[in-house]
Design a binder for this molecule. Structure first.
Ligand code: SF4
Length: 79
């Protein structure tokens, strides 16, 4: 899982168009999910996907800016 999140951060930095298209869809799903929470430390990480900026998943505890751009899966099978 850590490897997947590291890949997600790499994709966050590279912002490839394909990754961003997938991430945008996932971010919309996460934004509507009750498991998405605002993280105190994550507020300093800016994201053009405003739906997930500064948030983490309360189920897997992953930062959503990286998770939506990773090879990981949603722990609730929502995407
Ligand atoms: S990864 Fe899944 S469970 Fe976590 S916030 Fe996003 S939609 Fe919800």
């Amino acid at each position: 899982m850590l490897q997947n999140i590291l890949t997600g951060w790499k994709n966050y930095l590279s912002k490839s168009e394909v990754t961003e298209a997938i991430a945008k869809h996932r971010a919309a799903v996460c934004a509507a999910c009750p498991n998405a929470r605002q993280g105190k430390l994550l507020t300093f990480i800016k994201d053009r996907l405003k739906e997930v900026e500064g948030t983490y998943c309360n189920t897997c505890k992953c930062p959503l800016s990286a998770k939506v751009r990773s090879n990981d899966i949603c722990p609730k099978n929502k995407w």
